[in-house]
Design a protein around this ligand. Structure first.
Ligand SMILES: [Cu+2]
Length: 336
């Protein structure tokens, strides 16, 4: 009935939820059965059938006060234990910073994971959150703009993400069958676009679950849980990638993500050609003009609909590229 739980706390939540369902459905059926029974047995049988005036029954009142009270106290204590577990991060929890914005999630991993301690490379990913199996994590979260809410159903965690206040969730992720299936399904569907290394790993959905504007429904991501050695290797490759800025890398990204809409030979496709754009003045749809420098290209990639080039539709989807990828695209555009 539920998505399979994939964190250490999940079984506790699921069992409690199961019994709350059993009790509420049971109480509903009991109350309605008694209601129907009374309607039939005590129906008005004629014009002179008067209700006897019973004002009070101590026995009945004690029964219907004491029994539900015991049930509620049990549920309360049971829930409290789960809540305390859910809010207490173990001392060795890995702290990952989460930043929500319209409409993406950004994750920054702890500096201790760096293999090259001399360089201050930030290890960041967008939308995909990489986690180590069995390692407790604490996600410290904030929003760059409006109210969002971070939700990973499989881990049974959910918390609002607000501007100005840090909030957190903590859990210990596990590799479960449901997650492995999800990872495999994606690999076969998206063919070679999917990350082949995900094969042996579990992948779970992440949602923004607070309506946060036009593209709220696209604010989805994935948590990929990996065996410890694979996790280290993945983080090391993200670190290496983050330090790598080059024209060749920019050209590769262009071929992979932009070529369907932008040419490099001056011809018009869906969007303007990249040829000769860098450093020139670009006419905007609102009549102003903007110099195509690094900032302009960066914001064109991250917020495509903020500045629209004159004569073109606002048809460019948001490109979730990392900082080094954007830098590489800029270096590539300089060569055109
Ligand atoms: Cu959101």
């Amino acid at each position: 009935m539920y998505i399979e739980g994939a964190s250490l706390n999940a079984p506790h939540h699921d069992l409690l939820m199961f019994w709350i369902n059993v009790l509420t459905i049971g109480a509903f059926l009991l109350v309605n059965a008694v209601l129907v029974y009374f309607i039939i047995v005590y129906r008005r049988r004629g014009p002179n059938d008067r209700t006897s005036s019973i004002a009070h029954s101590t026995t009945v009142e004690i029964i219907w006060t004491v029994i539900p009270s015991i049930v509620f106290v049990v549920l309360y204590v049971w829930g409290l234990v789960g809540f305390i577990n859910m809010r207490t991060a173990p001392d060795d929890a890995m702290i990952i910073s989460v930043s929500g914005k319209q409409w993406a999630w950004e994750y920054t991993y702890p500096a201790e994971l760096r293999t090259d301690a001399d360089k201050a490379t930030l290890i960041k990913t967008y939308n995909t959150l990489y986690l180590e199996e069995g390692q407790a994590v604490k996600l410290v979260m904030k929003s760059q703009d409006v109210l969002h809410s971070f939700f990973i159903p499989a881990f049974r965690v959910k918390e609002d993400v607000t501007p100005n206040i840090f909030t957190y969730v903590t859990f210990t992720p596990l590799i479960k069958e449901g997650g492995i299936k999800l990872a495999k399904a994606v690999i076969s569907e998206e063919g070679d676009k999917a990350d082949k290394t995900d094969k042996e790993h579990a992948r779970y959905d992440i949602f923004c679950t607070e309506y946060c504007g036009k593209d709220h429904s696209y604010m989805i991501g994935h948590a990929v849980v990996m065996a410890p050695e694979d996790f280290r290797a993945k983080i090391a490759s993200i670190e290496a990638e983050a330090g790598d800025i080059s024209v060749e890398k920019g050209e590769k990204i262009y071929q992979g993500n932009c070529v369907s809409c932008h040419s490099v030979d001056g011809s018009r496709i869906v969007g303007p050609s990249f040829q000769g754009v860098y450093g020139t003045n670009r006419p905007m749809a609102d009549g102003t003009s903007v110099e195509a420098d690094e900032n302009y290209i960066r914001s064109s990639i991250l917020n495509p609909n903020e500045q629209i080039v004159e004569g073109y539709p606002a048809a460019m989807p948001v490109q979730n590229l990392s900082d080094s990828e954007i830098q590489s695209v800029i270096e590539y555009m300089k060569t055109l």
